[in-house]
Design a protein around this ligand. Structure first.
Ligand code: FAD
Length: 435
């Protein structure tokens, strides 16, 4: 179980009968599905909406993630600019930044105690290679900090510089997703847990032995859409410490609960929680043949230990404290790393957030609600609208390429540590990763 779920209670949802006619049926009770219901019911309080969740609300990535509500988008501007105007790309970034504040305002208005704190985010260099890449990636709105300025914010061992961006909040994601679902229920949305949905040959939704009638259907299952060439489930694993004594933070810093990461090739991410733990995540779990999901990939002891070792290298004082939680989950990665929000007039699907879905799901869901309600807004002009992602390669190429990319990312980090220069291996990897 993720740390986040151990800190809150899971409520019961009283949903009523499922076999009635719905205006909109949403499959998946994570951030995508619930924010979609939120934007729909906000625009039209009379809509009859069902959220159909196979397990419990937030049991997918939404209740297990690193709790970064960031303005990150998984694909580079350079790639988007091949297809979209600079105005549209700028609008995407602006709307992501606004979305963080809208999530915070919503949580405050609904009194959702999800520890939302917008303290910004630090991307930290611990060797010259990492620093050189940082210097070339400073964007508008973020600032490059030297070693002393970095240490004034976070005393990470070996830190020699960082980029600070104000556009990130730390949250307890399970508390937010639960509070959101409760708010929806109060506003008349019906929430059905333990209800696995599938499609019949003529595309009707089947739950158990019932056929569900709906004017519009939205599939919001993200990395659960597996066994396909459309996207890969890639596993991300996390650990968390016991609550650390307040006095430790006089030395460690992180006073504004800035989220933070090392600028390594193999993704890392961390936050100081409201109860003074460090919750730290990383990639590195192998990709499973055929884009399959497997629960055992969420609890790989070797990867969890690797993250603990990394955390103690960052902060040697952690050797004296316990790690109390270890968990994991999958993110969906499309071939071009771009997210998608597609709607054909009756059926819709959204996802492909590649690990940046906390804020992006809010915005993507708002765009989906606009499409369902046939409203033209600035959201319906964004790059992910009706975007057709290319397919991943067939097996065994996919398995070989993705697992090689994961291993080579690790090797690139070692290369940078030793050479002090941006990794040459990583440049060779670009055609495989699409990044
Ligand atoms: C370990 C980890 C760390 C992460 N850290 C961050 C982070 O710090 N910041 C960030 O922005 N993003 C992060 N992410 C990604 C982010 O959590 C996801 O992008 C986001 O939560 C996706 O939300 P979702 O609602 O689309 O998917 P999910 O939360 O996975 O919800 C999909 C839901 O659909 C349900 N479902 C699936 N199939 C069916 C079916 N047939 N019938 C009914 N229900 C079904 C599932 O049970 C699930 O509850 C992380 C992800 C992981 C796994």
């Amino acid at each position: 179980m993720s740390l986040w779920w151990s800190l809150i209670d899971h409520p019961e949802f009283a949903s009523g009968p499922l076999d009635q006619e719905w205006d909109v049926a949403i499959i998946g009770g994570g951030f995508s599905g619930l924010w979609c219901a939120h934007h729909l019911i906000t625009n039209d309080p009379n809509l009859k909406i069902a959220v159909i969740e196979q397990s419990t609300i937030g049991s997918g990535a939404s209740g297990r993630n690193g709790g970064w509500a960031s303005a990150l988008y998984p694909i580079d501007d350079e790639k988007m600019l091949l297809h979209f105007s600079p105005e549209i790309v700028a609008s995407l970034h602006a709307q992501l930044r606004e979305s963080i504040d809208e999530i915070g305002a919503f949580a405050a208005a609904e009194k959702i105690d999800c520890d939302f704190q917008k303290g910004g985010s630090l991307l930290i260099a611990r060797n010259e290679g990492q620093l050189s890449r940082l210097r070339s990636s400073v964007e508008e709105g973020s600032i490059l900090l030297d070693e002393n300025q970095t240490r004034a914010r976070i005393n990470m061992s070996g830190a020699i510089g960082s980029i600070f961006t104000p556009d990130c909040a730390a949250i307890n994601p399970a508390a937010l997703v639960t509070g959101l679902a409760l708010s929806l229920e109060r506003r008349g949305v019906s929430i059905f847990e333990n209800s696995h949905a599938s499609f019949s040959a003529d595309k009707e939704i089947i739950v158990g032995d019932r056929t569900i009638k709906a004017h519009a259907v939205v599939r919001a299952v993200e990395a659960y859409h597996a066994n396909t060439r459309e996207q890969l489930p890639i596993y991300s694993l996390m650990v968390a410490t016991q609550p650390l004594p307040e006095h430790l933070f006089e030395d460690l810093g992180i006073h504004n609960r800035e989220t933070f990461a090392e600028n390594a090739h193999l993704v890392t991410y961390a936050q100081r929680t409201a109860d003074n733990r460090l919750a730290i995540g990383g990639r590195g779990a192998p990709y499973i043949w055929g884009s399959r999901r497997r629960e055992s990939n969420e609890t790989l002891t070797g990867i969890h230990e690797h993250i603990r070792v990394m955390a103690r290298q960052w902060f040697p004082v952690l050797r004296d404290y316990q790690f109390t939680h270890a968990w994991g989950g999958a993110v969906a990665v499309t071939r071009d790393w771009a997210a998608y929000v597609r709607f054909d007039g009756k059926y819709g699907e959204l996802g492909g957030y590649a690990g940046d879905g906390v804020t992006l799901a809010y915005l993507a869901a708002a765009a989906m609600a606009d499409l369902v309600m046939k409203r033209e807004t600035r959201r319906t002009k964004l790059p992910f609208i009706n975007w057709k992602n290319p397919l991943w390669e067939k097996e065994p190429l996919r398995w070989l390429g993705v697992n090689a990319a994961i291993k080579l990312s690790e090797a690139s980090d070692t290369e940078e540590r030793f050479t002090g220069r941006p990794s040459f291996l990583m440049k060779m990897l670009a055609p495989i990763t699409g990044q």
